[in-house]
Design a protein around this ligand. Structure first.
Ligand code: ZN
Length: 656
């Protein structure tokens, strides 16, 4: 591992925290050192308070900040002397510790200081860097890990046995570090957790981290345990119902819907098919920050090895606390390994899926290296339980309880590149759903760049293309809970005697046939939706009140309406509800070109302006009005409603 330090780059970081921000970002850039908010850094500064008194302030990474992108505001200034005194207390609960850190922070609005703040405070050096380096964990989590760490570092580091992060660890280090350090000491290794380095300057502390990690890498390389080729594995045919079924079972275990992502990249598939997978996968996380272990869960009638937080039995044995804790109990795994699906990540949000996958990708490397050294040895059950259910994690879970209405759910929207479909996508994203947008317009792919959106260009009249798109959607988010059938065309106005065969079949094929194809492709997925499947059909006022000149359009929308009614009858037993919206005069959509608008106005003998607000309420209807109703129809308000047809048209005399 090479130092990334560059004088030119460092010079761009000015201000008193400049060097601290710069080397923190250098650590954050390397994913084998820290991942997703893991790791933390600090610097001690002498400052004058309002009374002219000097005091030492510890600037430590605040929670919610990532080292890779941290800014000066991401460091919380805490009173060093006070925090050091805490370390000498005989006991302090973790919530008390968090309270003391928060109340001895010197800037209103600063982020909460890291839970590892006391560790930074007790190390007697200006700059302190802390990572969960893969290389150090690979050695530490192998047989005789502590001896090997000793062999590598000698008295360069003080080695601390595994203790869960929090007050007890800090108090232990405060006692042991001064006693065990020597003149050669430049760091501290916490077994099964990570490594600290320190120095008088930002560069010194950072480069000592690189040096310490490099020593572990060399140790592994010398034992042929560093560059490990992933086991070769060829993917099998993806079956989207399998993935949706797995997601459904894990969601049931969690008690709420979870998104899921399948990745059958060769390294994941190879690991999932590892001959010793049952043993090595159940060893636990590489470090307490990482994924938590659980037991194998029999799913899909075959062995899927799952990780997560399955501690139901533990709770049952500990009945005293059970009632209070049960409300927050989430026994569902966050990672499953499947010989066909590969690495399957679960999460409440699309962002979580990415984090779980990254963490486990590094865990796989650490496991395989430790195996190459002898045997992977992870934390014992007892420790992983402690981590997950310690008071601070519980507080995080409580916060997560206020999730948006569609958190963990997936919506598929057809014709999502513009108009009502685009507005539906926005309405669903706003309510916390992950959305798959389908459209024949290739712009669909890049309409939004956010983790909870996937845009797929697809000819909806082609059953093969729709099936491939649904495979991609399910690989990415795990299933389909909501389906918005929106794509449609409005052919040019023609009296019946002039309707050409092509126009007729075109309207029928897009407005009816394509929706049948999508319903067929999604039925099995909707049936597996943890909260029940929901379909919203964007119909038309032309269904109850057809217009002259719109024969092909009106007939096709009426056929779709009948199809939706039959689907409601057939799929009710599967817990799928299907409701229709009949919009009218939604002029901000792709259908309403100036040409269509003037020809429709003419068909009714009106001016364009009269036609625009030709409704009982004399109001204009927008795509967003329709989309908001579509989203609400998928929510709890319509939980007991199926086969309803609701107009969004400002009121139409011919319908009332
Ligand atoms: Zn740590």
């Amino acid at each position: 591992m090479k130092s990334l330090w560059s004088d030119a780059e460092a010079a761009k970081f000015d201000g008193q925290l400049g060097p601290r921000v710069y080397t923190s970002r250098l650590l954050g850039r390397d994913k084998s050192l820290v991942l997703h908010g893991g790791g933390n850094t600090s610097v001690k500064m002498l400052e004058k308070n309002l009374f002219g008194e000097q005091e030492v302030v510890l600037y430590v990474k605040g929670s919610g900040w990532d080292l890779e992108t941290i800014e000066p505001a991401g460091f919380a200034p805490v009173q060093l002397d006070y925090v050091r005194r805490l370390a000498a207390l005989p006991a302090l609960s973790d919530p008390q510790m968090v309270n003391e850190l928060a109340t001895h922070t010197l800037r209103a609005g600063a982020p909460a200081p890291s839970v590892e703040t006391i560790l930074h405070a007790i190390l007697p050096h200006r700059y302190v860097d802390h990572t969960h380096a893969d290389a150090v964990l690979s050695v530490s989590n192998s047989p005789d890990g502590d001896r090997r760490i000793g062999d590598i570092y000698g008295d360069k580091v003080v080695v601390i046995p595994y203790i869960m992060a929090g007050f007890d660890l800090a108090a232990y280090c405060a006692r042991e570090f001064p006693r065990r350090k020597t003149a050669n000491t430049v760091g501290m290794v916490l077994l099964s957790h990570g490594v600290f380095s320190f120095g008088a300057g930002a560069r010194e502390s950072y480069e000592r981290m690189i040096e310490l990690v490099t020593m572990a890498e060399r140790y592994l390389a010398a034992r042929k345990a560093w560059h490990l080729a992933p086991p070769a594995a060829a993917p099998t045919v993806f079956r989207r119902e399998d993935a949706a079924k797995l997601r459904s079972e894990v969601s049931r275990a969690a008690g709420f819907p979870l998104l899921c992502r399948c990745n059958d990249a060769p390294n994941f598939l190879g690991f999932a098919r590892h001959p010793d997978i049952a043993r090595i996968s159940q060893g636990g996380p590489a470090t307490p920050d990482h994924v938590i272990r659980t037991k194998p869960l029999p799913m899909l009638g075959r062995d899927v090895v799952a990780f997560g937080s399955a501690y139901r039995e533990y709770f049952e044995r500990n009945a005293a606390n059970a009632r209070e804790k049960k409300t927050m109990l989430d026994p569902a795994p966050r990672v499953a390994l499947d010989a066909d699906l590969g690495l399957v990540a679960f999460g409440r949000s699309a962002r979580d899926l990415g984090i779980v996958q990254d963490l486990y990708e590094h865990t796989i490397e650490v496991i395989l290296r430790a195996e190459a050294l002898g045997e992977w040895q992870a934390l014992e059950d007892r420790h992983t339980f402690d981590i997950e259910y310690w008071d601070l994690e519980q507080a995080k879970l409580k916060k997560a309880g206020n999730a948006p209405v569609f958190a963990g759910e997936v919506a598929v929207v057809s014709g999502a590149a513009s108009g009502i479909g685009k507005a539906c996508t926005e309405a669903l994203l706003r309510r916390g759903a992950a959305v798959v947008g389908l459209d024949r317009n290739p712009a669909i792919a890049s309409l939004w760049r956010r983790p909870d959106y996937l845009g797929l260009a697809c000819d909806l009249t082609d059953a093969g293309a729709v099936s491939a798109a649904m495979d991609a959607a399910v690989k990415h988010f795990g299933g389909t809970d909501m389906l918005i059938l929106n794509a449609g065309i409005f052919p040019a106005s023609q009296p019946i005697q002039a309707i050409g065969a092509e126009m007729w079949t075109g309207a029928m094929s897009v407005n009816v046939g394509a929706n049948l194809i999508l319903l067929q492709a999604c039925h099995a997925l909707l049936k597996l939706a943890p909260g029940g499947g929901r379909v919203v059909v964007i119909g038309s006022k032309n269904v109850p009140a057809p217009g002259p000149g719109a024969g092909a359009y009106s007939a096709s929308k009426a056929a779709l309406n009948q199809l939706a009614r039959v689907a409601a009858m057939e799929w009710g037993k599967d817990g799928i509800r299907i409701n229709s919206i009949h919009p009218n005069q939604v002029f901000d959509t792709g259908l309403w070109t100036e040409e269509v608008l003037s020809s429709r106005a003419k068909a009714y003998g009106m001016s364009v302006e009269q036609y625009r607000t030709n409704n009982l309420l004399r109001t204009a209807v927008s795509s967003r009005d329709v989309a908001e109703l579509a989203a609400e129809m998928c929510g709890p308000l319509f939980a007991k409603t199926t086969a309803a047809q609701v107009p969004v048209d400002g009121g139409n005399e011919r319908v009332v």
